[in-house]
Design a protein around this ligand. Structure first.
Ligand SMILES: NC(=O)c1ccc[n+]([C@@H]2O[C@H](COP(=O)([O-])OP(=O)(O)OC[C@H]3O[C@@H](n4cnc5c(N)ncnc54)[C@H](O)[C@@H]3O)[C@@H](O)[C@H]2O)c1
Length: 436
């Protein structure tokens, strides 16, 4: 058993639960605290709040061996000496990140203990947040109890457990080397680079990494738009670019753009961080604009083929922001669905892991004229077009002939370039991908 006792705030969120379960698996006594009582009650009955490959096994094992414990009572963190802050930092309408959950979490920890602890911020926060939190603690006479450390998280939903065990790097921002080394020493597999730096650098590394990935996607989507005009094929162009080791092939797939709970939110937050210091983030603003254009482009393609969308029936494949997750937070599918509904279309939706708006945590009433089905063929049945929005692997193996027969008008708009246009043409399906 390792000596450090670990606490998690936001212990039933995507980051907190993975972090808590894996640290417990490593041998740390871990208390995962979440103020969402319902989530805590459910996990105590064995129901996880979301699906993540490999997580349920790790949770079950570590709960059973007594290393992982869940609670809705912040007082249970009193015995822990290192607490990870894994609460949400959603976008405000201005694009700025809302850090109120982080402030509330830090204050709650400080007010509910007498002894000292490290509060390690895994949440993605704007540059300057750890310094401001330190001032906040000082102003409230709480600095003896809590010291801030920044330790941004880079795991990806869908491979979160694997990413925990195989991190690409560990970044720790702290004012004291001793505190930074304590955090870095919790789990640093051999060969994994560790960067110990200032709070500001750590906060910037996280935002810059996500902004770079988002920009890379918008870059290839920009080239894809030219491909469509001049008869190029972005898949070939992308391959040709990605073979250059300075570029690499990742995040170079043209499509409907980036989405999900991180890339768009963090990009918007970084843009607003520039604005706050009186600067304009020209490249990043363009990346965001191009992303918006990609979402509109699939709707325009449907309009071009079908004329008005009023009364048209459209099948949608994919609701999750990416494959292998049931997370729809900030999924690109939502604004596209809203746009199609506003234009008068009636929609039939399929997603392998999601069966209703309610299951996705959304308000059904916001989406009239949407019917959920349990198979992609049912999503195509009697529809005027099929729109592919999430690259679920099972969609690759669809029987295209069967799809064609199910559709009233054989039109497929593919926002993920999953199929071969020639094969589609041979089947007499009008197929419109992105940049091909
Ligand atoms: N999801 C990802 O893939 C990912 C990856 C890297 C970084 N991040 C960052 O990590 C942070 C958390 O993201 P997430 O996706 O896990 O969010 P989430 O919404 O899934 O989880 C947040 C959890 O915090 C709990 N919570 C909020 N305030 C609390 C408080 N004061 N006390 C106790 N519990 C509280 C909520 O009930 C919720 O369960 C965000 O800043 C996000 O940007 C997320």
């Amino acid at each position: 058993m390792k000596n450090t006792k670990i606490g998690i705030v936001g212990g039933l969120g995507h980051i907190g639960l993975i972090q808590g379960a894996c640290l417990a698996e490593l041998g740390y006594l871990t208390v995962a605290y979440d103020y969402n009582v319902k989530k805590v009650e459910e996990i105590l009955q064995g129901k996880l709040p979301f699906f993540e490959p490999g997580l349920e096994e790790t949770v079950n094992k570590t709960v059973k061996n007594g290393r992982l414990r869940f609670t809705a009572n912040v007082k249970d963190l009193e015995e822990t000496d290192l607490i990870f802050i894994c609460v949400g930092t959603p976008s405000l309408p201005s694009g700025e990140a809302d850090t109120s959950q982080v402030y509330a979490a830090v204050e709650e920890i400080a007010r509910n203990r007498e002894n000292h602890c490290l509060a390690v911020v895994k949440s993605t926060v704007p540059v300057g947040t750890n310094r401001k939190l330190t001032e906040f603690l000082k102003d409230n006479g709480l600095s003896e109890r809590v010291t801030m450390v920044s330790n941004p998280e880079f795991l990806r939903e869908g491979s979160g457990v694997n990413d925990f065990w195989n991190p690409s790097r560990i970044i720790v921002g702290a004012q004291s080397k001793e505190h930074a080394e304590k955090v870095a020493g919790l789990y640093s597999p051999p060969g994994v680079p560790v960067i110990i730096t200032s709070w500001e650098n750590a906060e910037l590394i996280k935002h810059a990494a996500n902004a770079f990935l988002a920009s890379k996607i918008s870059f290839i989507n920009e080239i894809a738009a030219l491909c469509e005009k001049v008869g190029g094929d972005i898949r070939v162009v992308s391959r040709g670019i990605g073979l250059d080791p300075r570029i690499n092939p990742y995040f170079l797939e043209a499509g409907v753009g980036f989405s999900g709970p991180c890339l768009e939110k963090d990009l918007k937050s970084l843009i607003s961080q520039f604005q706050k210091v009186g600067e304009k983030a020209k490249l990043l603003e363009s990346a965001l604009e191009i992303n918006e254009r990609q979402r509109n482009a699939v709707v325009h393609k449907l309009q071009e083929q079908l004329g008005t969308l009023k009364g048209r029936r459209i099948g949608i494949l994919g609701m999750a922001f990416k494959a292998e997750t049931d997370d729809v937070r900030d999924s690109h599918s939502l604004p596209i669905i809203r746009k199609l509904l506003a234009l008068g279309a009636a929609l039939t939706v399929h997603d392998p892991w999601i069966q209703s708006f309610q299951q996705a945590g959304l308000d059904e009433g916001e989406f009239p004229e949407v019917r959920w089905v349990t198979s992609p063929y049912k999503a195509a049945e009697g529809q005027d077009a099929l729109l592919i929005l999430t690259a679920w692997p099972e969609y690759r193996n669809l029987d295209l002939q069967r799809l064609r027969e199910a559709l009233v008008y054989p039109l497929i708009v593919d926002g993920r370039n999953m199929f071969d246009p020639q094969e589609m043409q041979a089947l007499n399906i009008k197929y419109l991908g992105v940049g091909i």
